[in-house]
Design a protein around this ligand. Structure first.
Ligand code: IDP
Ligand code: MG
Length: 154
């Protein structure tokens, strides 16, 4: 398993408004994941519709696009062994009400439509690369060595 697997993660507008960026970044840092990209930004209609394209025919699509464009987000790329699946595990279920305490959505959310964080789907092959490319230019991602990586990986 590669230590260099990268996954796309985003604090949604509700998480930004509630001041949760720092807590969420801390959780991933504490876990041993490495941030290789980060961008505070506002998503426009076009990017929102593309990002959530798989849900275009769902009844909640328009509300989802309105919500994700309603305020700033913090988009990130995190790198580490099995990063996509581990981030999803740390996020909890899609519905915060079904998410275990200790997960991000289980600790910070109550409502399906306000679930604080997005992470690439580990069951959707290629979602990672697709979403990273959609949000970041190549030169916005930083290759760097973490001084303590020998204490994280055998
Ligand atoms: P995920 O974010 O856990 O990958 P998806 O099924 O990909 O979940 O749905 C994308 C986003 O759409 C969810 O995070 C949530 O914000 C929203 N969403 C999903 N299902 C519903 C719903 O039934 N009602 C309202 N919003 C929903
Ligand atoms: Mg999804």
């Amino acid at each position: 398993m590669s230590e260099h697997e990268r996954t796309f993660v985003m604090v949604k507008p509700d998480g930004v408004q509630r001041g949760l960026i720092g807590d969420i970044v801390s959780r991933f840092e504490d876990r041993g994941l490495k941030m290789v990209g980060g961008k505070f930004m506002q998503i426009d209609q076009e990017l929102a519709e593309e990002h959530y394209g798989e849900h275009a025919d769902k009844p909640f699509f328009d509300g989802l696009v309105d919500f994700i464009t309603s305020g700033p987000v913090f988009a990130m790329v995190w790198e580490g062994q099995d990063a996509t699946r581990q981030v999803r595990n740390m996020m909890g279920e899609t519905d915060p009400a079904e998410s275990a305490p200790g997960t991000i959505r289980g600790d910070y959310g109550l409502d399906l439509g306000r679930n604080v964080i997005h992470g690439s789907d580990h069951e959707d092959e290629g979602a990672n690369e697709r979403e990273i490319e959609l949000f970041f230019d190549e030169d916005e991602l930083v290759d760097w060595d973490q001084i303590d990586s020998s204490w994280l990986y055998e």
